[in-house]
Write a protein that binds this ligand. Structure first.
Ligand code: PLP
Length: 407
């Protein structure tokens, strides 16, 4: 859709935006603007310069970001990185008390999320063996059934403190029924948080209407913000006025109106910006000024999604025809278009990390990931035709490359 506005590696078809989005051409201009301001103004760059200087730099990203995740501008902010933000928001929204102390999440979640959640449970003196509920797919299947998730939430009932679920599963590419999961969590009185690492900029989201308490994501996958770009977070409006919510505060979350009075008392900015902690990383964020408006310019996530469905469906149907040594491929991603985003996960038995390099040599950049559940000898090739910069003609060339390398 905006292919000409990206730098794409000349060596192959780039279907790896689920891991690192390519560079928007305008990123360099945005970075240069801030480097120039730093060069010419030094400290005065904080209050002079483009859009009033760097003090409110994160504010310049709110409106586009709110459109991408389906939130009000005050409900989103950009800061830190995904796992850090997950910890920060769990400080506020995972408040185990008495019987209500369990967390429910998907089995085989991204390791960083598992580390964070287990660390949080231990931090509260809880035992992951009993206080972490993980819901996986039925034996022999790869997708988790919504009815199983909802049943587990209702079964846990008033012992549940937090539902922490991913939007799109990093390994299988399954897009979960987030509104149903949020509703079930709230029904039993638990808080609800989403990890949207693989969902943001990939599938349409309505965080405000779905009523999640919080959400976190990174900006370097489908948002194309650059390696290690600061992550994003969402805090639902209903929590904005509550200054008593415990949080790990820092001065950048203090009310902007009197932050520089340098007082001891912490008064949070209303909204997600109140969870900011440290000085805004201007240079790390600058490329987002180039990448986020693209989502607005193409007509928002709805328009992007219909293009995405077209590309992914084309890939899925071509892969269904493909035979490697006479056998069809096994795709772990749900075949139902409403239950997947841009990514298809192709199962490969055994331990085959060398496939990544071999495919790259053959002209296809995608990635290989090992199953993290242990025991099952296999991995997946993740192939993701992200609609902002992928052409149908490229998708059409994928099966031939795969056939050559996999056989
Ligand atoms: C990519 C990804 C992360 C990465 O976290 P960082 O803190 O940005 O390094 C975490 N969780 C999930 C589900 C991811 O897909």
């Amino acid at each position: 859709m905006l292919r000409d506005e990206f730098h794409l590696p000349p060596t192959g078809i780039y279907l790896c935006g689920n891991s690192l989005g390519p560079q928007p051409k305008a990123a360099v201009t945005k970075l240069e603007t801030e480097l120039t301001s730093w060069r010419e103004r030094a400290v005065e760059g904080w209050w002079k310069g483009p859009d009033g200087g760097w003090l409110g730099f994160h504010r310049r990203l709110e409106s586009d970001l709110a459109g991408i995740v389906g939130a009000r501008p005050a409900e989103v902010t950009v800061a830190n990185a995904l796992t850090v933000n997950l910890h920060l928001l769990m400080v506020s929204f995972f408040r185990p008390e008495g019987k209500r102390r369990k967390i429910i999440m998907e089995k085989g979640a991204f390791p960083s999320d598992q580390h964070a959640i287990i660390a949080q449970l231990k931090f509260h003196g809880l035992d992951p063996a009993t206080d972490l509920i993980e819901v996986g797919p039925p034996e022999g299947e790869s997708a988790i059934r919504t009815e199983d998730v909802l049943a587990a939430i209702h079964k846990a009932g008033d012992s549940l403190a937090l539902v922490l679920w991913s939007g799109v599963h990093y390994y299988t590419g399954q897009f979960f029924d987030l509104p149903a999961i949020a509703a079930a969590g709230r029904e039993v009185g638990a808080r609800v948080g989403f990890d949207l690492a693989h969902a943001v900029g990939n599938v349409p989201l309505s965080l405000h209407d779905w009523g999640a308490d919080f959400a976190v994501w990174c900006s370097y996958k489908y948002l194309n913000g650059g390696p290690g770009a600061p992550g994003g977070m969402f805090v639902h409006e209903r929590h904005h006025g509550n200054e008593d919510l415990p949080r790990f505060a820092g001065w950048w979350g203090h009310r902007e109106s009197d932050r520089f009075l340098m007082r001891r008392e912490f008064r949070p900015e209303a909204g997600a910006a109140g969870w900011q902690v440290s000085t805004v990383p201007v240079l790390g964020m600058a490329p987002l000024l180039a990448s986020l408006p693209m989502f607005t310019r193409v007509g928002g996530m709805k328009a992007l999604r219909s293009r995405s469905e077209e590309l992914t469906a084309a890939l899925a149907s071509d892969l269904a025809e493909l035979r490697v040594d006479g056998a069809p491929l096994r795709i772990l991603t749900p075949a139902d278009p409403s239950a997947r985003g841009a990514q298809l996960s192709i199962y490969v038995p055994g331990h085959r990390p060398e496939l990544e390099g071999a495919l790259s040599e053959a002209g296809l950049i995608c990635d290989y990931r090992e199953d993290n559940l242990g025991g099952s000898a296999g991995g997946v090739l993740r192939v993701a035709p992200a609609p902002l910069y992928t052409e149908l003609e490229e998708v059409k060339r994928v099966p031939e490359i795969l056939a050559k390398v996999l056989k």
